[in-house]
Design a protein around this ligand. Structure first.
Ligand SMILES: [Zn+2]
Length: 327
């Protein structure tokens, strides 16, 4: 933690003080136990509990990555916007890493947390009129496939589809992954952009997915070995593929004799094989309030009609759908 209260009950922010100004004792603003002053390996001066037992707001001591990122983002926001660090919000009993312009809570998430806890914290912010932005440290970066936890940290906009924020502490970059799609093997296809720490106005970068902008697109590719991949999945009785095959049997069809010729790539959460067999199952995404079903439907219309050479944002499919109707 980077804040504490001193003996006079004044709030101390380590990012605004020199070490030599630190005299006397310091206490946790939440549990009031005495704190130690520590230097991390990368030398971010911080406070740490002697014991976390009695504290209900600080569940763990933070990593160097977390402290370092908090410091960098605080200084980056501060140049252009109002920012408070570890500001306690009593009506929520939560303490976002950073609070920007009184309404935007920034959570720098460097370690795993339960989906239940993530949902509770997110709903609590929303219920009190805050917007929460989760920015992910290394352990939560998107890798080959999107995990259940990551699905609940994904955002959505008409111009960028599904998107996700990553923080690269070592390389000092903020990374936006957008137009997130999956192929039938569950592999991620997306756009990736990086912004060096400190460049421009941070809150403006974070709004980028919502702004009007030139049409983004990703070329698709075919997967010539898809049929043998599916055969293998069924041979090893993968539960995901067995379920799909079950639905095909019910229709009198068989995955093993189906031809997979074109690219089979779809927006995150939409399974191209299941969506043709029965009612679309819609994943719930904790951070997304919009109805993504419309996006899926417009995508599917386009998928059935065209050869899917490019992947586009939701806005593109919506406009295409409208034009079709008007004709
Ligand atoms: Zn405490």
């Amino acid at each position: 933690m980077l804040t504490a209260i001193d003996e006079n009950n004044k709030i101390i922010n380590l990012l605004e003080l020199d070490r030599k100004e630190l005299t006397g004792k310091f206490y946790c603003p939440s549990c009031h136990s005495e704190l130690l002053i520590k230097n991390g390996q990368i030398k971010v001066l911080h406070f740490a509990h002697k014991s976390l037992k009695s504290c209900n707001l600080w569940l763990e001591n933070e990593s160097d990555q977390h402290l370092g990122l908090k410091k960098i983002l605080y200084q980056w926001f501060k140049r252009t916007d109002k920012v408070e660090i570890e500001r306690y919000l009593p009506e929520l009993n939560q303490r976002p890493d950073l609070l920007v312009n009184d309404k935007i809570a920034i959570e720098i998430q460097c370690s795993h947390l339960s989906i239940k806890r993530l949902k509770e914290r997110t709903e609590n912010y929303k219920a009190h009129g805050f917007k929460v932005l989760w920015l992910m440290g290394k352990d939560l970066w998107l890798a080959e496939q999107v995990t259940e936890l990551q699905k609940n940290l994904v955002y959505f906009s008409e111009n960028r589809g599904f998107f996700y924020w990553e923080l690269d502490f070592q390389r000092k970059k903020l990374r936006l992954k957008s137009l997130i799609h999956e192929d039938l093997r569950g592999r991620i296809i997306c756009l990736q952009e990086e912004i060096p720490f400190g460049q421009g106005r941070l809150i403006a970068h974070l709004r980028l997915p919502y702004l009007a902008q030139k049409l983004m697109k990703i070329p698709t590719f075919k997967d010539p070995k898809l049929s043998s991949f599916i055969r293998q999945q069924l041979y090893y009785q993968s539960s995901k593929w067995m379920k799909i095959q079950e639905k095909y049997y019910q229709k009198g069809e068989n995955l093993l004799t189906k031809k997979f010729e074109g690219p089979y790539i779809a927006p995150l959460g939409l399974n191209l094989l299941e969506s043709f067999t029965d009612e679309m199952t819609i994943t719930t995404f904790t951070q997304i309030d919009q109805n993504v079903k419309l996006y899926y439907e417009n995508f599917l219309i386009n998928f059935q009609r065209n050869s899917l050479e490019m992947l586009y944002p939701p806005r593109f499919y919506a406009i295409m759908g409208k034009q079709k109707k008007e004709k």
